[in-house]
Design a protein around this ligand. Sequence first.
Ligand code: GDP
Ligand code: MN
Length: 384
Amino acid sequence: MIKVKLFEYEAKEIYKLHGIKVPKGVVIAKSDDIEKKIEESKLKFPLVVKSQVLVAGRGKSGGVKFAKDINEAVTVSNNLFNLEIKGLKPNFLLIEEAVEHDNEYFASITIDRAERCPVILVSKSGGMEIEEVSKKSPESIIKYHVDPILGMRDFEARNIGYKLGLSGKELASFTSFLKSLYNIFEMYDGDLVESNPFTIVNGEVIALDSRIIIDDNSVYKHKELVANKEMSGEETEWEIRAKQRGFAFVELDGNIGIIGNGAGLTMATMDLIYEFGGSPANFLDIGGGANSERVKEAVSLLLEYPKAKSIFINIFGGITRCDEVARGIEGALKSVGKIKPIFVRLSGTNEEEGKRILKELGISSYNDPIEAARSTVNSVKGGE
Ligand code: GDP
Ligand code: MN
């Protein structure tokens, strides 16, 4: 499965198509003649040189640098190509005219899973990561839910701008900016569309930074965005390993390993984990009718998968037999020398036998998935 995080420069291309103003810039590749490329671009100094890696917080990691002349720009560029940020080195840099500004705002659109609709967050305290802002000055964040059927209407965007303290030309520019962000979010089935920071100069909104993350399931609608595979998020090592074993697996950012049978149940299992404040480390669907060998493979994978600190196995035994599942777990524990807390929701065919086997292994089994999810989430709390 492909995770579609767009690079800043790709996101800015989309922003431009939707009428959002971004600083003038040029993308340079590692193999380019940097000096020539910058000179040909006719950008005005000072410039900002920005590492194109798919992580947030590049600024803090030294991935955003200023250059007052061509010599500095070349030096800084060479340095940035060699600078590893959170384990990643860029293949591209975005070089832009440094916009002089005295304000930095924040805007993001994402999905509020609990409310089942898009949610907009905006704040005057841009530049920082939103988690910091919400700790330091939660009152400065404006939160607004959008009706996904009606979409974002003019007056809604305007009201949000008004709450930000904008008026006149600034308010008009912000209104069209926010509507464009929302259009992008809708059009690309966004998981996240964010500009942190954007600034307002001479009454006009300029997006200094841009992030777009697209829902995996809508990739087929936007093939143009993943055509450039080298740039747009490849399958991770673990996704490849899982695929080789024939599993539907998606790597995620949390710390709870998930195994379910059937895509629907597996997704519902992830929702349960979120419900209790936990965060899944993966999606792994072993499919229907999985025998002990398949379960063993899946559990072994998660025992080795470092992101998973605890494992939640949610099996609804219909075609799948519970004793097969238990034997699979037993097999995995014996073959992989690692031990992690495992929580199993087991109900269905041969349930008693399955539970007996698990009990002997010292693994808790549950009939109620809610109980099982709660226990799993508790097991990783405080352990981070
Ligand atoms: P991030 O740290 O990965 O989110 O990268 P950003 O693109 O947000 O850049 C970090 C910081 O660099 C921003 O908060 C800005 O203060 C500054 N910055 C980024 N782009 C520009 C620009 O075009 N002009 C100026 N003057 N500052 C910029
Ligand atoms: Mn940023």
